[in-house]
Design a protein around this ligand. Structure first.
Ligand SMILES: [Zn+2]
Length: 131
């Protein structure tokens, strides 16, 4: 993720060098994320950008929360995503990550192993286990 000289391109919230070339096609272009890892990164970006519709869309229907996904009254400020490892096996995949955020001025970490499955060519978030 080296910065090019004179680069005025907005970085992707997930840590990618350019939002347009990273998560934007999935979040804004209607392109399905080709891998569970790409979906994981784009869902993190959706949390950062407050794109609740995308989070709902990419959540496995039977696990999809009926209520609010992004808390607006007491929002957390996401500050970074670190992918620890990811494994894809056929139509199932896991992505372990640490997402850092600030709540009430305190740095916190969310360490999760997320499960994804692929249905009809689309990856969906199933659920996560926490460390
Ligand atoms: Zn991204």
């Amino acid at each position: 993720m080296a910065k090019k000289a004179g680069n005025t391109v907005a970085a992707c919230p997930c840590g990618g060098s350019s939002f347009q070339e990273c998560c934007a096609p999935y979040l804004e272009g209607g392109v399905p994320a080709p891998t569970a890892l790409a979906l994981m990164r784009s869902r993190y970006s959706a949390f950062v950008l407050g794109n609740e519709g995308y989070l709902r869309e990419t959540w496995l229907a039977k696990n999809r929360p009926s209520g609010t996904i992004i808390e607006k009254k007491d929002p957390v400020k996401w500050v970074g995503l670190k992918i620890i490892r990811h494994q894809e096996l056929g139509d199932r995949a896991t992505v372990e990550f640490i997402a850092s955020y600030k709540r009430n001025g305190r740095m916190m970490k969310l360490h999760e192993n997320s499960l994804f499955i692929r249905e009809n060519g689309h990856w969906y978030y199933v659920d996560g286990t926490f460390f």
